[in-house]
Design a protein around this ligand. Structure first.
Ligand SMILES: *Cc1c(COP(=O)(O)O)cnc(C)c1O
Length: 392
C-alpha cells in the first residue's frame, strides 16, 4: 500500500512554517522589546509601507484585527443607525457583525455557487428593485474575497458606481490575490474604496496574535482612518471625532514584516497544492464531489487564487468529515450557517429558503488541508481516504 508512513494530516501546520524562520522572527521580536517602543512606531510604519506597496495602494493603516479593520472602515464612512450595508450572506461572522455593531442594518445577498462570492446578478437585482428612498440608505457594499479568490469586482463595481455606493473589500482571506480589471492586474484591497486584511494566524499572512490592515488610495479616507484609529485624537487630548483604540501591536508588525518576504512563495505553494489535488481527484472521477474552481486561472495572473482554503463540495459532507477524522485528517466547515439563519440576525426578518445558494454551500462545503508545507504524500493520503469513502 502507498503512503503507509503518513499518520495524520493537520489543517494547518504553523510549526513547519516557523522552523525555518524562527531565528529571523526572534530577532525581530527582540528588537521591538529592546527598543521600548511598544505602541505604534517605526515597525508598524514599515509594515504599512510594505503592505501599501504590495497591494498597489497609496495608504495602509495597521490595526488590531481584521474585524477592527472592517469596523474602522465603516466608521470612516460614518456608517450608523438608519444606514444599510449590503454584504455577502456567506462569510465569516465579522463581515456582517461589524455592520450591526454600529447599529446599521446588514442587507444580505446570495452567493454565486461556483466562486462562493457575492453574486453580482443578485446585487444588481436587489439594488434595482429597491425603492429610491430605500436605496439612498445604502452606504456601502462589502464583497468578500472568500477562500482567497477575488469576487467578480468588474461587475460589482459597475453596479455600485451606477448608484454611487462605496465598496469595502473584505480581503481578510485574500491579501495578494490578483484580479484583472480594464487590462490591469490589481490586487485584493485595491479594487474598491477601502480594503481590509486580517493577520489572524491561519490567514496566508498570519501574525503571532491578532492584527489587521486597512488599505486605500483615497487621501481623505486615509486621514479619517488614522484619526479614528486613536480615539479621533488630532492633537493630544483634543478629540475631533469619536474613534477607538484600533492600533496595531509593533511586535505583530515586526513578525509580519519578516513573513511578508515569503508570502508570494507561500501563495505559489498553496496554488500548486490545489492544482495537485485537482489532478488527483480528476483521475478518480467521483460523481458526488465538486472541486473548487479557479475562475481567473486562464488570465495570466500569478496569484489567481491564493487558496486560504481549498474547499470541496459534496452532499455527504458530514459523513465524509467524520470518515477523514477517523484517519486523522483534519477538514473543516467554513461556514456551517449563513448569516440570515444566525440567531442574532433573526430580527432582520429573513426566512429559511431566502438564499438557496448560501444554504446549499453551508450544507456541502468542506475545507481540506492546503497549507504551503503540505507534502505530495500527504495530499495523496488525503485523496486516497476520500476515494475510499466514496467507493465503499
Ligand atoms: C478572518 C476573517 C475576518 C476577521 O479577521 P480577524 O483578524 O479574525 O478579526 C473577517 N472576514 C473574513 C472573511 C475572515 O476570514
Amino acid at each position: 500500500m502507498k503512503n503507509q508512513k503518513i499518520k495524520a494530516v493537520p489543517l494547518l501546520d504553523l510549526q513547519s512554517q516557523l522552523t525555518p524562520l524562527r531565528a529571523e522572527i526572534m530577532t525581530a521580536v527582540k528588537d521591538v522589546i529592546d527598543s521600548t517602543q511598544y505602541i505604534m512606531g517605526p515597525k508598524v510604519e514599515e509594515l504599512e509601507n510594505s503592505i501599501a506597496e504590495y497591494s498597489g495602494v497609496s495608504h495602509a493603516v495597521g490595526v488590531s484585527s481584521g474585524t477592527d479593520a472592517l469596523l474602522l472602515a465603516l466608521m470612516a464612512l460614518d456608517i450608523g443607525p438608519g444606514d444599510l450595508v449590503i454584504t455577502s450572506n456567506f462569510s465569516f461572522f465579522a463581515t456582517a457583525g461589524v455592520v450591526a455593531r454600529l447599529n446599521a442594518t446588514p442587507v444580505f445577498v446570495d452567493i454565486d455557487p461556483v466562486s462562493f462570492n457575492l453574486s453580482p446578478k443578485a446585487l444588481g437585482n436587489l439594488l434595482s428593485n429597491m425603492k429610491e428612498k430605500e436605496r439612498k440608505k445604502v452606504k456601502a457594499v462589502i464583497p468578500v474575497h472568500l477562500y482567497g479568490q477575488c469576487a467578480e469586482m468588474s461587475s460589482i463595481l459597475s453596479i455600485t458606481r451606477q448608484f454611487g455606493i462605496p465598496v469595502i473589500e473584505d480581503a481578510a482571506q485574500a491579501i495578494g490575490a490578483e484580479y484583472l480589471i480594464e487590462n490591469e492586474v490589481k490586487r485584493a484591497g485595491s479594487l474598491g474604496s477601502i480594503g481590509c486584511f486580517s493577520f489572524f494566524p491561519s490567514k496566508n499572512l498570519g501574525g503571532i496574535g491578532d492584527g489587521g490592515m486597512i488599505v486605500t488610495s483615497d487621501d481623505e479616507i486615509a486621514k479619517i482612518l488614522k484619526l479614528k484609529r486613536v480615539h479621533g485624537e488630532s492633537t493630544q487630548y483634543h478629540h475631533e471625532v469619536i474613534g477607538g483604540n484600533f492600533r496595531m501591536d509593533p511586535i505583530q508588525a515586526a513578525v509580519l514584516t519578516v513573513k511578508l518576504q515569503y508570502l508570494n512563495k507561500w501563495h505559489q505553494e498553496r496554488q500548486k497544492n490545489a492544482e495537485y489535488y485537482s489532478i488527483l481527484f480528476q483521475q478518480e472521477n467521483i460523481a458526488d464531489l465538486i472541486l473548487p474552481q479557479s475562475i481567473y486561472s486562464k488570465q495570466g495572473l500569478s496569484n489567481y487564487h491564493i487558496f486560504n482554503q481549498y474547499v470541496i463540495r459534496t452532499e455527504r459532507r458530514n459523513e465524509l468529515q467524520t470518515h477523514l477524522a477517523k484517519h486523522q485528517i483534519a477538514a473543516r466547515i467554513y461556514y456551517p450557517i449563513p448569516f440570515h439563519l444566525q440567531p442574532c440576525f433573526q430580527s432582520l426578518g429573513y426566512q429559511k429558503g431566502d438564499f438557496p445558494e448560501s444554504e446549499k454551500a453551508a450544507q456541502t462545503v468542506l475545507a481540506l488541508p492546503v497549507y504551503p508545507e503540505l507534502t505530495d504524500a500527504m495530499q495523496e493520503y488525503v485523496v486516497e481516504k476520500i476515494v475510499e469513502f466514496f467507493r465503499k
